[in-house]
Write a protein that binds this ligand. Structure first.
Ligand code: S3P
Length: 446
């Protein structure tokens, strides 16, 4: 296992770009594979997760290649023209890759087998298999709900109206993708809106998608409907930088005194920016410059300056808009003045690891005082650097690995992270990019 040590560092300075957005990268390949003809994707994340999805789509018959200039070309087959994969689809560490691809094959008249790494095989799949079964797919899963699993798609799928029991863009997207291969209208109702990249891209590829906000039992909910069996047309995709990756740099710059970092071309989809909102509430000096729209998505350059942070309470309803960023946000909270409380974190327990305990245990090992209480997390800010000196196991979770490397930069003693190869799932080149800004992250002897 690869091991990295992050040592107390001086200010971070410079201008960088982060790799492409993971969610949009997966979707660009999937929609490209479902459209008849050639889709060109620029700025794609060449991380292990996205490569796993590319592998699965190739096995289903799509041609996907990287050109010399770094763009990706997807030659899609058209809806309904996929072929039965000759071997097991291995989605590695990727929940998005697995769940969205399950939606794709749920309406294809053949059998596909899915597996993943030890982390993915632990993650709950009933949230996707339940609605897909209601649409007509036959699914057999280990222990009823885990990978490996097999899906035999239904050629005559039934459109459903489905209220999401958990706020999950992966589940919503799996149902909408299955809805493409289903005659009639398939509707997903979201009590709490989640990232809407699928809806935006589906429209761009020629599908009809209706989105409306409505009141039910006094509460707002979002209704998303896709009209089945569209002619999907290829459309060029320009993938913005991943705001979830930018959040690691932003927090590092905020907590290392004297830092000033510019992160260019970051995706600013309003359903993804909860972490920046929360950090600004804490007093963070984060500016959005050059705000623009490129293709389907809002984009900006972020200018982040080291700031004195004050504790806040993060309301549960913000959780879907910063779900992947709580781990790094908790580091900012640990260095802030006062006690920060985050509520509504149940979904963190079923990510690449149980992130609620991983954050709590890791921060405690670094010398912070942290309490888990149901699905809430309370972090007592030290008002300055963490003691550090911890050795953290990333446990196949890329974000946990990066979180504690950032923590180590702002600690009194170095933090070592084991299993850092997992960082390549979402942020290849993380350590060298951070070093380029002035951080001290060094490989350890095995
Ligand atoms: C994602 C949705 C979120 C997020 C994940 C990417 C997506 O997962 O945590 O990193 O691309 O749709 P859930 O749908 O499980 O909330």
């Amino acid at each position: 296992m690869a091991k990295l040590r992050a040592s107390p560092s001086g200010p971070l300075k410079g201008t960088v770009r982060v790799p492409g957005d993971k969610s949009i990268s997966h979707r660009s390949l999937i929609l490209g594979a479902l459209a008849a003809g050639r889709t060109i994707v620029s700025g794609i994340l060449e991380g292990d997760d996205v490569l796993s999805t590319a592998g699965a789509l190739r096995a289903l018959g799509a041609h996907i290649e990287r050109t010399k200039d770094g763009r990706w070309v997807v030659d899609g087959l058209g809806l309904g023209a996929m072929r039965e994969p000759g071997s097991v689809l291995d989605l590695g560490n990727s929940g998005t890759g697995a769940r969205l691809t399950m939606g794709v094959v749920a309406t294809q008249p053949f059998t596909s087998f899915f597996t993943g790494d030890a982390s993915l095989c632990k993650r709950p799949m009933a949230r996707v298999t339940d609605p897909l079964k209601r649409m007509g797919a036959q699914i057999l899963a280990r222990s009823g709900t885990r990978l490996p699993l097999a899906i035999t798609g239904s050629e005559e799928a039934t459109p459903i109206e489905y209220t999401l029991p958990v706020p999950s863009a992966q589940v919503k997207s799996a149902i909408l993708l299955a809805g493409l291969g289903t005659a009639g209208e398939t509707t997903v109702i979201e009590p709490e809106p989640t990232r809407d990249h699928t809806e935006r891209m589906l429209r761009r590829f020629g599908a009809t998608v209706h989105v409306s906000d409505e009141k039910a039992d006094g509460k707002m909910q979002r209704r998303v409907t896709v009209v089945g069996e569209p002619e999907l047309r290829p459309a060029p995709v320009q993938v913005p930088g991943d705001p979830s990756s930018a959040a690691f740099l932003a927090v590092a710059a905020l907590i290392l005194p004297g830092s000033e970092v510019r992160i260019e071309n970051v995706g600013m989809n309003p359903l993804r920016t909860g972490v920046f909102e929360s950090l600004r509430e804490m007093g963070a000096d984060i500016r959005f410059e050059n705000e623009r729209k490129d293709g389907d998505e809002e984009i900006a350059d972020l200018v982040v300056r080291a700031s004195a942070l004050r504790a806040i309470s993060v309301p549960a309803e913000r959780a879907p808009r910063m779900i992947d960023e709580y781990p790094i946000f908790a580091v900012a909270a640990a260095l802030a003045h006062g006690t920060t409380r985050m509520e509504g974190l149940a979904e963190l327990k079923v990510k690449e690891s149980d992130r609620l305990s991983a954050i709590a245990n890791g921060l405690r090992a670094c010398g912070a005082t942290v309490a888990e209480d149901g699905d809430a997390l309370t972090v007592e800010g030290l008002g300055g650097p963490l003691p550090g000196g911890a050795n953290i196991d990333a446990a196949l979770d890329h974000r946990i690995a990066m979180v504690f490397l950032v923590a180590g930069l702002a600690a009194r003693s170095a933090v070592t992270v084991d299993g850092t190869e997992t960082i390549a799932t979402s942020f290849p080149g993380f350590a060298s990019l951070m070093e380029g800004l002035g951080a001290s992250i060094t490989p350890m002897n095995r």
